[in-house]
Design a protein around this ligand. Structure first.
Ligand SMILES: NC(=O)c1ccc[n+]([C@@H]2O[C@H](COP(=O)([O-])OP(=O)(O)OC[C@H]3O[C@@H](n4cnc5c(N)ncnc54)[C@H](O)[C@@H]3O)[C@@H](O)[C@H]2O)c1
Length: 360
């Protein structure tokens, strides 16, 4: 017998991403909810990760995405020093068309049914206002609005963490964490990018930006006239004397086109999934470019949503996000001693922490 479910089951049990603890397929007929909740690991504590609302082509694609994202969260949470494992949920559908209060409440009950093994938050296609609704059905929803006991926008701490990772990168590459006088190119000056620009200017760095939205460029150059703008990412990468490239827009920023064009000796930015394919990290290393693994340095947001569960405290979170400096340095040191790229060293460190968690 072969049908759609056969494809889903194959993805689940026979995929190379195997090793997940639990995967729950959720259906609520009256609201139309169809979701996948994947728990990769609870070795370090309840699995934490956001809810993606996306129009997947079919169920197998949704399962594969949930498995992949949940696994990534285990690694990210382990390196952020959180008492959380990794999980992720995906809701199958077009958020513009299919998202209703009834559906979000049904999803909230599905999260409740896991009794705290899974803690949810926002991701692509879900927002703070949605988490306020989901939270009405359970105690394990974060990323809520301040009016509902949440911490709100996470980009402030994400940018602070990226800034710490960049200082650690400077320390490793040039023997001094200061970014004073360094030329930094920021591609994507949205929520995270513009806060990052603020930190860089405060430290005396020279900043070049680019964004596909002219409005975003206008806002930042009006506010900070010392910032210069490049017409696009290609031009930004070719900027004379660029020391650091900070991708803060979409995934896949480091690819077969951008890496050969790089003149900067450090890449450190907020964007998720920067490496377009396996092997790119080796290309970077071959060119003498130091790559700060994205999931390590953009962990400020997840540190914030984890903190929210215990009553959000900005200063406590900022202290935790400041540790991204030490973790990044440790990863670079291990990469050097093990003779592997930093992305591989980061994965090894996360795996060690999870194994220690299981033993402990
Ligand atoms: N917000 C957070 O707390 C957080 C946490 C972890 C990771 N991230 C990641 O960081 C990145 C930025 O997040 P954000 O919240 O600032 O998003 P955002 O949507 O507010 O900003 C992204 C910016 O990038 C610009 N952009 C898109 N394509 C571009 C291109 N080709 N060239 C130049 N600019 C382009 C957009 O116009 C926008 O201004 C994303 O990859 C996100 O997944 C964000």
């Amino acid at each position: 017998m072969t049908d759609v479910s056969d494809g889903v089951l194959r993805t689940l049990f026979r995929s190379e991403q195997g090793g997940h603890e639990q995967v729950v397929l959720v259906q609520d007929r009256s609201s139309g909810l169809k979701a996948v909740i994947a728990l990769h690991s609870t070795a370090l504590g309840p699995a934490l990760g956001g809810t993606r609302f996306y129009p997947y082509a079919d169920e197998a694609e949704a399962v594969a995405d949930a498995l992949n994202l949940a696994r990534g969260m285990s690694y990210k949470n382990a390196l952020a020093g959180l008492g959380h494992g990794g999980g992720k949920a995906v809701i199958i559908g077009d958020p513009e068309r299919d998202k209703t209060e009834e559906l979000l409440l049904a999803y909230g009950r599905a999260v409740a049914s896991l009794g705290g093994r899974y803690v949810t938050a926002c991701d692509v296609g879900t927002y703070v206002a949605d988490m306020d609704v989901v939270a009405r059905e359970n105690r394990w929803t974060t990323g809520r609005s301040p009016e509902n006991g949440g911490a709100g926008d996470s980009s402030v701490l994400t940018a602070f963490g990226v800034y710490q990772g960049m200082r650690a990168s400077a320390q490793h590459q040039w023997g001094d964490p200061s970014l004073r006088g360094r030329k930094v190119g920021v591609a994507g000056i949205g929520k995270v990018g513009r806060h990052l620009v603020g930190h860089l200017l405060a430290e005396g760095a020279e900043v070049v930006v680019t964004d596909v939205r002219e409005e975003a460029v206008r806002l930042i150059t009006e506010r900070h006239p010392e910032v210069t703008a490049a017409p696009d990412t290609g031009a930004l990468l070719r900027t004379a004397g660029l020391d650091v490239y900070a991708p803060c827009a979409l995934g896949g920023a480091l690819n077969d086109e951008t890496v050969p064009a790089l003149t900067a000796k450090v890449v450190c930015g907020a964007a998720n999934n920067q490496l377009a394919h396996p092997g790119i990290e080796k290309d970077l290393a071959d060119r003498g470019v130091l790559y700060a693994p994205d999931y390590v340095i953009n962990a400020g947001g997840v540190i914030q949503v984890a903190d929210e569960l215990h009553g959000f405290d900005f200063d406590r979170c900022k202290q935790k996000a400041a540790k991204i400096f030490d973790t990044t340095l440790e990863i670079f040191a291990r990469a050097k001693s093990d003779g592997v790229p930093p992305a591989a060293a980061a994965d090894r460190l996360a795996e060690q922490r999870m194994a220690d968690g299981l033993r402990g």
